[in-house]
Write a protein that binds this ligand. Structure first.
Ligand code: PAF
Length: 285
């Protein structure tokens, strides 16, 4: 049976409230499309957790800066829809921008702490766009569970914080980053790497792994760990590093020089015009 595809916000609200009235547990996977195995891992987990799974595909204009890649962001609805159908997703919601942000739209969700650091520092307004669209989608779908990839670690933590701060009755599941065989974190933006960049791209993961090895051997001094990262990344000439930081996991606050609590290394770097982000929870793997 072809997947049920819904465009109108009021229609998705109706479908989901029908499911709720039948006491079906709803899992929601919000995406911007160009689906890869990382997204499908979220869907798989969603199916394990709930009776109904709904996925949204919406390239949210609000989370792209004026000089960012909104126009060139990969859009491949037909292929995405086929993948979701094969994964036996119950419904696909593909709202249009005019319904999400009609003329005269005025209301936004703003986090005044964690959204301003790391990616938020380099992409002003980005997380306001993310949180606003996610809150709107949550209100329409009202899922029991929503799933997000930990590849976007800061986004995942910010969504958890929004849910906590605004009393959303939704449980947020973070799913481990899926990687290509060589270690590159799966991302829709990888499609835009040329073949030389694609081979270089794995260096971020390699460098983070070296940091992790040192951490597991007992090195807890942040400066030392970051030095290992930058030295390894510098072996590849193509990167323009935006940031590499080690922070405590839950709130991403700046951690002290000597790590005492579970931490994560977070990285953003450009290869040519493609901005890659990745992270590794230290002490894992
Ligand atoms: O991670 C993404 O794909 C997007 O930021 C999200 C959560 C779907 C909001 O547009």
């Amino acid at each position: 049976m072809p997947i049920t595809t819904i465009i109108a916000p009021e229609e998705v609200r109706k479908t989901c409230s029908q499911w709720r009235s039948e006491r079906q547990k709803i899992a929601f996977v919000p995406t911007m499309g160009a689906l890869h195995d990382g997204h499908l891992a979220l869907v798989k987990r969603a199916k394990e957790l709930c009776d109904r799974v709904i996925v949204s595909i919406f390239v949210n204009p609000l989370q792209f800066g004026p000089k960012e890649d909104f126009a060139s962001y990969p859009r491949m609805l037909q292929g995405d829809s086929a993948k979701l159908e094969a994964a036996k997703v119950d419904a696909l919601f593909i709202p249009n921008a005019a319904d999400m942000y009609p003329a005269g739209y005025q209301t936004y969700i703003f986090n005044e702490g964690m959204s301003e650091i790391l990616c938020g520092h380099y992409r002003p307004g980005h997380f306001q766009g993310v949180l606003t669209v996610v809150a709107k989608l949550f209100h329409l779908v009202q899922p029991h569970v929503a799933l997000f990839g930990k590849k976007d670690y800061q986004q995942y933590q910010l969504i958890k914080k929004m849910v906590l701060d605004l009393f959303f009755d939704i449980s947020i599941e973070g799913i481990a980053t899926l990687r290509e065989k060589d270690g590159l974190a799966m991302s829709s933006r990888n499609l835009r790497l040329n073949s030389a960049e694609r081979s270089e791209a794995i260096q971020i993961y390699r460098a983070m792994q070296l940091v992790n090895v040192a951490y597991k051997k007992g090195e807890k001094l942040k400066a030392k760990l970051l030095e290992i990262f930058t030295r390894e990344l510098a072996k590849s000439a193509g990167f323009r590093l935006e940031y590499a930081e080690i922070r405590y996991r839950d709130d991403l606050i700046q951690s002290p020089d000597q790590l005492e609590k579970p931490a994560v290394i977070l990285v953003a770097a450009y290869l040519g015009s493609v901005r890659l982000i990745d992270n590794l929870e230290l002490g894992e793997l």
